[in-house]
Design a protein around this ligand. Structure first.
Ligand code: GMT
Length: 375
């Protein structure tokens, strides 16, 4: 099939999922066209089946806000016509489902019918989308999608609670390409980060408030009082400075390494002993899954869809949001005994395989085929 994918091209989970999906579809022989404002961070164009179409939004002084949705919907119309696209898959409802709907309607005027699949990712529903300023448009564009998918059962439930949705929502969980990690490199450079006797705790995110970054530092503070440890913080965002200041206040700056954004998180996870994800809300927690496939146990909050990924007492532990004492205790349960740590590492790696891309990709392909047939 010829598939147009719309996503955010950034380090965020929805962009990563959309990009990895596109790459996997291209490897299966589909022709994939990414339409977005920048080349997605995980996208390499070295594949004859992958195309990238950049959406330009020219600055015009009259516009206080530049109309991205308008430019995106026009770009979609042109791309779909020029490349004879069969199907449109938009990731993250705002504003992609809205722009996709407009493109569909414009194309219908010319007798071209292209089904639209909308995948809900989380904050497009639980944080931004439910705001009264956006809610009517989000509800409308979800209801106008030909197929709606969500990345977890929990996100499906939240969407049905928060919006007046008339469409069935199919749950297609996020996935991981095990093949990418199975090579587990021989040069995992643990010694660059920590001494032999130190445990390495890792957090990866976009450092937004929803991730509860101060909780990561507080949990680590409690851990390092009990055993030698380092904290590796990966990512960029508004709460990074808050974290740096808190580390300074707690006197642990020399034990915390801030690495910024990274394209090579597997090279960091390969030497990690534990992953912390204390988020306020999380539709799925792709970062936790990426940790697990690298055999890193997860101590997390029990928010949103995280319990569908991190299994309490098996792949890590779950605590209530904000329970930093509980999270630290559970982290120490795993880290204090090498046999226990090995068991959790093994469990994490095995459990992550539930989300192997080869199990999830056919679900998307079936959805595409059904949508295409009923157009
Ligand atoms: O977590 C973020 O803030 C980024 C956000 C995004 O839109 O990229 O992530 C959401 O989508 C990911 C991929 O489906 C999920 O794994 C994350 O759990 C979800 N984030 C939230 O719900 C807060």
């Amino acid at each position: 099939m010829k598939i147009a994918i719309v996503c955010y091209p950034t380090f965020g989970g929805s962009g990563v999922v959309a990009t990895e999906l596109g790459i996997a579809l291209a490897n299966r022989g589909h022709e994939v066209h990414f339409v977005t404002y920048r080349q997605p961070v995980r996208l390499s164009l070295l594949n004859a089946n992958i195309h990238f179409h950049e959406v330009h939004v020219p600055e015009y002084p009259l516009f206080h806000y530049q109309p991205y949705e308008l430019a995106l919907s026009s770009k979609l119309v042109d791309t779909i016509k020029l490349h004879k696209i069969d199907l449109l898959h938009v990731h993250y409802a705002i504003p992609h489902a809205y722009a996709g709907y407009m493109a569909k309607k414009m194309l219908e005027e010319e007798g071209i019918y292209v089904p639209m699949i909308t995948t809900l990712h989380g904050t497009d529903i639980t944080l931004v989308g439910k705001h009264p300023f956006y809610k009517p448009a989000v509800t409308f564009s979800i209801n106008q999608s030909d197929v709606v998918t969500s990345v977890s059962e929990n996100l499906k439930e939240r969407t049905l609670e928060l919006f007046d949705i008339k469409k069935d929502i199919q749950v297609v969980p996020n996935f991981i390409d095990k093949g990418k990690y199975s090579s587990s490199f021989t040069d995992c450079q643990r010694s660059l980060m920590a001494d032999d006797d130190e445990k390495i705790i890792t957090h990866i995110s976009n450092f937004r408030k929803v991730k509860r970054i101060p909780d990561v530092v507080e949990v680590f503070y409690r851990i390092q009082r009990e055993l030698p440890a380092k904290l590796v913080m990966v990512g960029e965002g508004p709460q990074k400075e808050v974290a740096e200041r808190l580390c300074d206040t707690l006197g642990i700056s020399d034990k915390v390494i801030f690495l910024g954004n990274s394209h090579e998180i597997d090279r960091i996870l390969c030497f990690s002993d534990l992953f912390l994800l204390p988020s306020e809300s999380e539709s799925f927690g792709l970062a936790a899954l990426e940790a697990m496939i690298n055999k890193v146990p997860v101590v997390s909050s029990n928010a949103g869809g995280i319990p569908e990924v991190n299994i309490d007492g098996v792949t890590g532990f779950l605590n209530d949001v904000g329970d930093v004492d509980g999270m630290a205790k559970n982290a120490l349960k795993i880290l204090s005994d090498d046999e226990v740590l090995e068991r959790f590492k093994k469990n994490a790696g095995e459990s992550a395989q539930r989300f192997d891309i080869h199990k999830i990709l056919p679900q998307y392909e079936n959805i595409y085929e059904e949508a295409y047939k009923s157009r």
